[in-house]
Design a protein around this ligand. Structure first.
Ligand SMILES: [Ca+2]
Ligand SMILES: [Ca+2]
Ligand SMILES: [Ca+2]
Length: 343
């Protein structure tokens, strides 16, 4: 009997020790690398937020936090205030959830920063200072023969997002990203990339044509994009046919983007030879709808909406591209957007 108790106590001690060891491991990993790298993901299946610690790509851990939304897109993390923002597709507004870093896996997070209910079909979100720009890909004029979309510009102050103005575009929208004051937007249903220079200087409601639009050779239908200023790298996804959610997608990496874009005339084509394309059956890319990029490790993170019902994928050692397998493959039903943050 005594012996059994001893064994029990030892087992308990071992458990406690294990718990402490794994805690201190996490802490020391964070300190050794000085910063941890986190990927935030939204989805259109239950609207919850999933965060992945991707500091070690061979040992990715995740936690899911429960939100009041049942579908969401356009995720963003404000690390200074520990607020995750997403565009709620069930509540049709921006929602900012507070105290995310400290929240335990599986716990509910509440809306600490709220926005007015203005949108019909919110998608990607791009942030510049206190300005939050949200794509709405519903048809503003109700005429499916005219391609158009809207950009809702909110300013964040205290606990609220206030609508400043709405820009109507003369093409269909999906992904957007800022490079300084310039807003890049993919031209949905095409292989084109548009830019609005000094976008936020447009302070009134207006219909606005892009400053410049180019064709990205090799892409069928682009959707998500991200720009990394540190490395001057643009990454664009290709969903190809939206009907094929399994194996016809891909993504393109464009290094030295600024000069390549500037050297392409308005309406001109950026050659495939100046890009790196990843696509093929090993990639698990069917409808890659959004992308994030870590230039320090040259890792591409993808929100894949179609393959296997939805996945979060990561690719590194990309080299000259081609049909390469992801190094991270986590199920996330109806994954809709990703955002990378280091802190
Ligand atoms: Ca229309
Ligand atoms: Ca596809
Ligand atoms: Ca994104």
């Amino acid at each position: 009997m005594k012996r059994l108790n001893l064994i029990k106590s030892l087992a308990l001690l071992a458990l406690i020790n294990l718990a402490f060891t794994s805690c201190s491991d996490d802490d020391s990993t964070g300190m050794d690398a000085s910063l941890s790298t986190y990927l935030f993901a939204s989805n259109n299946s239950d609207g919850n937020v999933t965060t992945y610690n991707v500091s070690s790509i061979s040992n990715v851990t995740s936690k899911t936090l429960i939100t009041p939304s049942t579908a969401a897109d356009g995720i963003y993390y404000d690390k200074n205030n520990d607020v995750v923002v997403q565009a709620s597709r069930s509540n049709f507004s921006l929602e900012g959830y507070s105290n995310v870093a400290l929240s335990m896996a599986g716990s509910s997070i509440s809306v600490g920063v709220s926005g007015s209910t203005d949108m019909t079909s919110p998608r990607e979100l791009a942030v510049n200072g206190n300005f939050y720009v949200v794509v709405d890909n519903s048809d503003p004029d109700g005429d499916t023969n005219t391609p158009d979309g809207r950009l809702f510009i909110y300013s964040k102050s205290g606990n609220s997002f206030t609508l400043r103005n709405v820009i109507t575009t003369d093409f269909k929208l999906w992904g957007i990203t800022f490079d300084g004051e310039d807003l890049y937007a993919i031209v949905d249903t095409t292989n084109q990339l548009a830019v609005y220079t000094n976008f936020l200087s447009n302070m009134a409601d207006a219909t606005l044509s892009a400053s410049k639009t180019i064709v990205v050779e090799g892409i069928v239908r682009t959707h998500g994009l991200t720009y990394d200023a540190m490395s001057d790298t643009m990454v664009l996804t290709d969903i190809a046919s939206a009907m094929n959610g399994q194996d016809d997608g891909g993504f393109h990496i464009i290094e030295g983007f600024t000069s390549k874009f500037n050297n392409t005339a308005n309406g001109g084509t950026l050659a495939l030879s100046q890009q790196t394309r990843v696509a093929g059956s090993s990639t698990l890319l069917g409808n890659p709808v959004d992308v994030a990029y870590d230039s320090a490790t040259k890792t591409v993170f993808i929100a894949e909406a179609g393959n296997g019902g939805g996945r979060i994928l990561a690719f590194n050692n990309i080299g000259s591209g081609g049909n390469i397998a992801p190094v991270v493959n986590n199920d996330l039903a109806s994954a809709s957007s990703v955002f990378l943050s280091k802190y």
